[in-house]
Ligand binder design. Structure first.
Ligand SMILES: Nc1ncnc2c1ncn2[C@@H]1O[C@H](COP(=O)(O)OP(=O)(O)O)[C@@H](O)[C@H]1O
Ligand SMILES: [Mg+2]
Length: 391
């Protein structure tokens, strides 16, 4: 089945699309990636998202505008993906949508809101759409995150030692696969969220992120600010756990700076990069990780990557490209895989990762132009991901 995955993470920088041919072959899920593309959000929409995220208050009218605008933006990208990646023909679109609110209270997730009305995607492409993948896991008592864990676990199943996958988006999440143990997956804390917020703040909105880590590289870590930031109880909490920009936003950073003032903006950026490196490294050490497979926009930040390497001596650090999953496309491919599991009647959640009572069939299905025809439910879930060929 030819599947398109659509994803925009908490950085809300761009809609990522990735396409792949997916088949179940015995215990293997065989993936043939067909390429990926990235389309920045239109400026007006990006600003509307930025202005609506917590701690800002948004009206229901704004929520409706966001749901439509994001749905239309995803639909445009889906149409491009069908044409540019799939030679004009695909069988399924899987859309993560844009998270506007991940509702965590006392460590439990009460709800999670991804916007981007799938009807626009179904209408524009004529294809069935799987969307809203997180809600079912939440309803089953889970965090609804990180859902990329299924792909990570299948992709790392054959690796020796204790491999872990790390995605550095707005938030950082890890999936740890130790032999003989249930997989673990959780958000370690902010990856780029606070760095992006700081850059926007210090440049008055002229820059959105610290390109190639230049500012962090020019600054010095401030021990006082680092101590204040590391004091956040989130880091000490055991998994399962997840977080988002509801917690790690500009006012959060400004409160930390009020407690531990730092004069130089570049020093703030160096400290925030170190915060990500330390919290990622602590999480890896706690679970005996021997190899770290990295993906996401933060993998393009050499200063951040250098700090993670410093914090984890002896750990083999490399890109997810080595597993056949291009770093920039991995999350979109992971959602393509989840939607594919859903239409084949297979669960996509990993309860030991999300903390759910059971492994749920994820998502809602919007029919395409034709009546909905689902494959016969597959018998056994796959145990390993085999990535073949390439674009
Ligand atoms: N060249 C780069 N240098 C430093 N940081 C980068 C670079 N490219 C991307 N990033 C960071 O990656 C983020 C986007 O990563 P992404 O994986 O798309 O996150 P998300 O899944 O949250 O959208 C940007 O906001 C930025 O912080
Ligand atoms: Mg992104």
């Amino acid at each position: 089945m030819r599947v398109i995955g659509l994803m925009s993470g908490t950085s809300y920088d761009a809609v990522e699309a990735a396409a792949a041919d997916l088949e179940l072959e015995g215990e293997a899920l065989v993936m043939r990636p067909l390429g990926h593309l990235s389309a920045p959000y239109p400026d007006g929409l990006r600003d509307l998202i930025a202005d609506s995220l917590p701690p800002a208050a948004a009206t229901v009218r704004t929520v409706a505008r966001l749901d439509t605008g994001i749905g239309q933006a995803f639909a445009d990208v889906a149409v491009r993906a069908v044409r540019e990646l799939c030679g004009g023909a695909a069988g399924l679109v899987v859309s993560h949508g844009q998270t506007l609110y991940h509702w965590v209270e006392d460590g439990a997730v009460r709800g999670t809101l991804q916007l981007g009305q799938p009807a626009w995607i179904a209408e524009a492409t004529g294809l069935p759409v799987v969307s809203d993948l997180r809600g079912r896991d939440v309803a089953a008592g889970g965090q609804g995150a990180p859902l990329v864990a299924m792909t990570d676990v299948l992709a790392m199943a054959a690796l020796p030692g204790v491999p872990a996958a790390l995605n550095l988006g707005g938030i950082a999440n890890v999936t740890v696969v130790a032999p003989g143990a249930e997989p673990l997956a959780f958000d370690t804390g902010p990856a780029n969220a606070l760095m992006d917020a700081a850059v926007r703040h210090f440049t008055g909105g002229a820059a959105a992120f610290d390109e190639d880590g230049r500012r962090a590289g020019a600054g010095r870590v401030d021990p006082g600010l680092l101590r204040v930031l590391l004091d956040d109880p989130y880091y000490g909490r055991p998994a399962p756990k997840s977080t988002g920009k509801e917690q790690f936003h500009l006012p959060y950073l400004l409160a930390a700076l009020a407690a531990a003032p730092v004069a130089e903006p570049d020093d703030v950026l160096a400290t925030l990069a170190r915060l990500t490196a330390v919290t990622v490294a602590d999480a890896c050490r706690a679970h005996g990780v021997t190899r770290l497979v990295v993906s996401g926009g933060g993998a393009r930040n050499p200063v951040l990557m250098g700090m993670i390497a410093e914090e984890l001596p002896g750990v083999d650090l490399g890109s997810s490209d080595a597993l056949g999953l291009p770093s920039d496309a991995k999350e979109a491919l992971a959602f393509a895989l989840l939607g594919f599991l859903t239409v084949n009647g297979l669960p996509g959640a990993i309860p030991s990762g999300t903390g759910a009572r059971r492994a749920s069939l994820l998502g809602s299905i919007t029919p395409g132009r034709e009546p909905l025809r689902l494959p016969e439910p597959a018998g056994e879930p796959p145990r390993v991901l085999r990535v073949v060929g390439g674009p």
